[in-house]
Design a protein around this ligand. Structure first.
Ligand SMILES: NC(=O)c1ccc[n+]([C@@H]2O[C@H](COP(=O)([O-])OP(=O)(O)OC[C@H]3O[C@@H](n4cnc5c(N)ncnc54)[C@H](OP(=O)(O)O)[C@@H]3O)[C@@H](O)[C@H]2O)c1
Length: 292
């Protein structure tokens, strides 16, 4: 036991992301070798510093991996039609395989409506309704990045999932709902008994306390406390809220004293989410060009 009383094994996302990204880099160079340059386009609306910073990081990473990354920046007063026009151009451009619209967008714009204009095959976030449908049916398509990152994280750290009881706190469209679908699929790294709890389940700790794997996906800082965790369980912190640049996770750090394994406060699920974005872009390029 360390001086902080922490006993849980730490499930870092960094090495998982590194492995995924090195596979992506290999895949990209394979495509380039046959004359295909995979392209991940980015769209930024407005001049929010944090969003501009995130886009810059993704563009740098895209370039390092060998992607082309055309970029469009719209003014903060852009209309929904302006955003849709940019997406329609990228949809029509056969040289663009994936498109990322940086979230959040300014208040006058509806992000979900814009997402629906995007060609689902170019949706690297994997959140387009068609891709949610594909996920529900187990059809190939871009997977939602954070859920796919969590499955990869558990597999990398050799946490058995198949046949085990997984409880997901939260049924949001980005994380809880697609994660539940993903981990219930018939596959060695999934195949779990999944329960989803939310505000409609007043006594949700009754479920989380029996979970062998507990995933926090609520976006409520500190909602998961040690008394909600089965001793020795695996705890994955997916939900976060930002106050400015300060990250406030769902999982209280003291859960490490009860859990058998736990994602770190920073560097857990986040890096795997970003890695999955690039994997989706690579897969989109492979699918659209027919090059394996
Ligand atoms: N780490 C990453 O890279 C990453 C990436 C994407 C998203 N996220 C985070 O994931 C979280 C979830 O995002 P989302 O878009 O999927 O979800 P969301 O739409 O924000 O929904 C949150 C869910 O949590 C439930 N919930 C909220 N407060 C609760 C409470 N007190 N008791 C029980 N359930 C509660 C809600 O229940 P109801 O349905 O009943 O309202 C809802 O299902 C967010 O914090 C987001 O920031 C993290």
């Amino acid at each position: 036991m360390s001086s902080t009383g922490t006993t849980a094994r730490v499930l870092s996302g960094g090495p998982v992301a590194e492995r995924i990204l090195s596979e992506v880099a290999e895949g990209v160079s394979g495509l380039r070798a046959v004359g295909v340059t995979p392209a991940l386009a980015t769209v930024l609306v407005g001049d929010d510093d944090a969003s501009a910073g995130y886009i810059r990081i993704k563009q740098r990473q895209a370039a390092e991996l060998g992607f082309a990354s055309p970029h469009v920046r719209l003014s903060g007063s852009a209309s929904q039609a302006d955003l849709h026009a940019v997406l329609a151009d990228f949809n029509a451009d056969r040289g663009v395989h994936g498109v990322l619209v940086q979230y959040p967008v300014p208040g006058q714009l509806d992000y979900d409506r814009a997402l629906q204009v995007l060609d689902p095959d170019k949706d690297v976030d994997g959140l387009h309704p068609v891709n949610m449908g594909r996920l529900a049916l187990g059809l190939p398509g871009p997977l939602p990045c954070t859920p796919a990152g969590i499955e990869a994280l558990l597999a990398f750290h050799q946490v058995p999932v198949a046949g085990r009881e997984v409880v997901v706190l939260g049924r949001g469209a980005t994380l809880g709902r697609p994660l539940a679908m993903l981990l219930a699929q018939k596959r060695p790294t999934a195949n779990a008994a999944v329960t989803v709890v939310h505000t409609g389940v007043a006594d949700w700790p009754r479920y989380t306390r029996r979970a062998e794997i507990l995933v926090a996906a609520a976006g409520v800082p500190g909602i998961v406390r040690p008394e909600h965790v089965r001793p020795g369980a695996v705890v994955v912190g997916g939900g976060v809220r930002y106050e400015g640049r300060r990250l406030l996770p769902d999982v209280d750090e003291s859960c490490a004293e009860v859990a058998g394994a736990i994602t770190p406060r920073v560097g857990g699920v986040g890096p795997t989410t970003v890695a999955m974005l690039f994997r989706n872009a690579l897969e989109a390029a492979r699918r659209s060009t027919g090059v394996a």
